[in-house]
Design a protein around this ligand. Structure first.
Ligand code: ARG
Length: 444
């Protein structure tokens, strides 16, 4: 099939296969956003006199029909069609003739794919934020529910000081709230309109870039057209850092889960149907879910490096390998979303061991408590430390296990209200409603 750019010669089949590669499959995921970009672009073309009102109405009607087909899974990029941009333009031209051939004035596939990706990433970042929020709420709930259940704290993986399930769950909640600050930064960089930069050097048509910015619900635009094109790779880099930040929290949590599920710890458990068995050892209840999550989330932390390595030496201007960034980012979003949703599901089914500290090996957790008690009774800290140390050495250590710390920074004061307020604040900063409203208007 002929290409948008084809004049007389047919491109060699091997060249076509190699340059297209997996791109068409990934382009399918951007299809709805490609149509949104065209709806905005053509509205703008009509507003500056480059398209008649009649053509615009034909084009918009057909674009909306294609949009609906995409939503209903009735859209494919046909064999031999180079990419999603070509497919949409081809459908339009087949269905409405010359009007379809007019939509690409003042546009290049370079800014078209840029805007498609920004819209796609915006959509995916929102999904990530929503999934993080669900997990966050589950963690806060568990933290409150188990706030008084003690858990050994470790340093060097050696028994250290008393902690609690309240602190443990709440810690991951607060970590996610901080991760969302990174996601917010990625969202802000993403939420700027590159459309109108054309091939990367603008257009001699009087394009109204402010109009397309408003129509697509972007916060602002990439003003400099050369910079707009440079945003390809840069946007991916900061998104990769944000996803990696969430993934790091998830990987650490997954590791804790694997550890605490081990019989040597036995701090938490799950219903048998959420664990997996062994083909040889009949007693096994393995934490495969958390292991796969740990692996995926560790792998996700390589993403910033992958993006950097692919783009680090590219000069300004468009380069074809930029399309390979889709192969990095699209599966990364899918994996992270999977992990977030699965973590929430697992935690909805977690049971915590309420009798961990009955085991005498955890008595030492309270050594600092004993020292502090003596300090409060007037013994200098270093003397109290020595007394307790000697008692431990002589096997004469019977600590009082009642602790009721409620001041700031203690295990009895989780400060979940403060953590939730911080979370709500970052959530509000995204401004999803504005984006939804604009997109809703565009396809109506
Ligand atoms: N698949 C291409 C990409 O993702 C589309 C843009 C093609 N532009 C070009 N100048 N060949 O980058």
């Amino acid at each position: 099939m002929s290409k948008l750019w084809q004049k007389t010669t047919n491109v060699n089949q091997l060249v076509e296969n190699f340059t297209v590669g997996r791109d068409r499959v990934l382009d399918r995921e951007m299809a709805a956003f490609d149509v949104l970009g065209s709806l905005a672009h053509t509205t703008m073309l009509e507003s500056i006199g480059l398209m008649s009102a009649e053509d615009l109405s034909l084009v918009q009607q057909e674009l909306k029909a294609i949009y609906a087909d995409i939503q209903n899974n009735n859209f494919t990029i046909e064999d031999g069609v180079e990419d999603v941009h070509s497919q949409v333009e081809m459908l339009l031209t087949q269905r409405i003739g010359d009007a379809g051939k007019k939509i690409h004035s003042g546009r290049s596939r370079n800014d078209q794919v840029l805007v498609d990706l920004k819209l796609f990433f915006r959509h995916k970042l929102k999904e990530v934020v929503e999934a993080v929020e669900k997990l966050f709420r589950e963690l806060i709930e568990l933290s409150e529910q188990h706030k008084d259940v003690l858990l050994p704290g470790y340093t060097h993986l050696q028994v250290a000081m008393p902690s609690s399930f309240g602190l443990w769950f709440g810690a991951y909640a607060e970590s996610l709230a901080d991760d969302l600050e990174m996601v917010l930064a990625a969202w802000k960089i993403t939420n700027k309109n590159p459309l109108g930069s054309a091939a990367g050097y603008g257009s001699s048509f009087p394009l109204n870039r402010t109009l397309t910015t408003e129509l697509l619900g972007f916060e602002s635009l990439n003003y400099n057209v050369v910079y707009a094109q440079m945003g390809r790779g840069k946007t991916e880099r900061i998104i990769a850092q944000a996803l990696s930040s969430v993934a790091a929290t998830m990987a650490k949590m997954a590791m804790d889960q694997c550890l605490y599920l081990s019989q040597n710890f036995a701090f938490v458990s799950y219903p048998e149907n959420l664990t997996t068995g062994s083909s040889i050892m009949p007693h096994k209840k393995n934490p495969d879910v958390w292991e796969i999550m740990r692996g995926k989330c560790n792998r996700l932390q390589a993403l910033p490096n992958d993006v950097a390595m692919m783009t680090t030496n590219l000069p300004s201007g468009y380069h074809r390998e930029l399309q390979l960034l889709k192969e990095l980012l699209f599966p990364a979003f899918a994996d992270l979303l999977d992990c977030l949703n699965m973590a929430t599901f697992m935690l909805q089914n977690i049971s915590v061991n309420k009798n961990i500290l009955d085991d005498p090996k955890y008595a030492y957790l309270f050594s600092v408590e004993e020292v502090n008690r003596a300090v409060l009774n007037g013994t200098p800290f270093r003397d109290a430390y020595k007394q307790v140390g000697l008692a431990i050495e002589q096997g004469d250590f019977n600590p009082d296990k009642n602790i009721s710390h409620t001041h700031e920074g203690s295990i009895g004061n989780l400060q979940n209200a403060q953590i939730s307020a911080a979370m709500d604040k970052v959530l509000e900063s995204f401004g999803f409603e504005k984006v939804e409203a604009a997109i809703g208007k565009l396809v109506r």
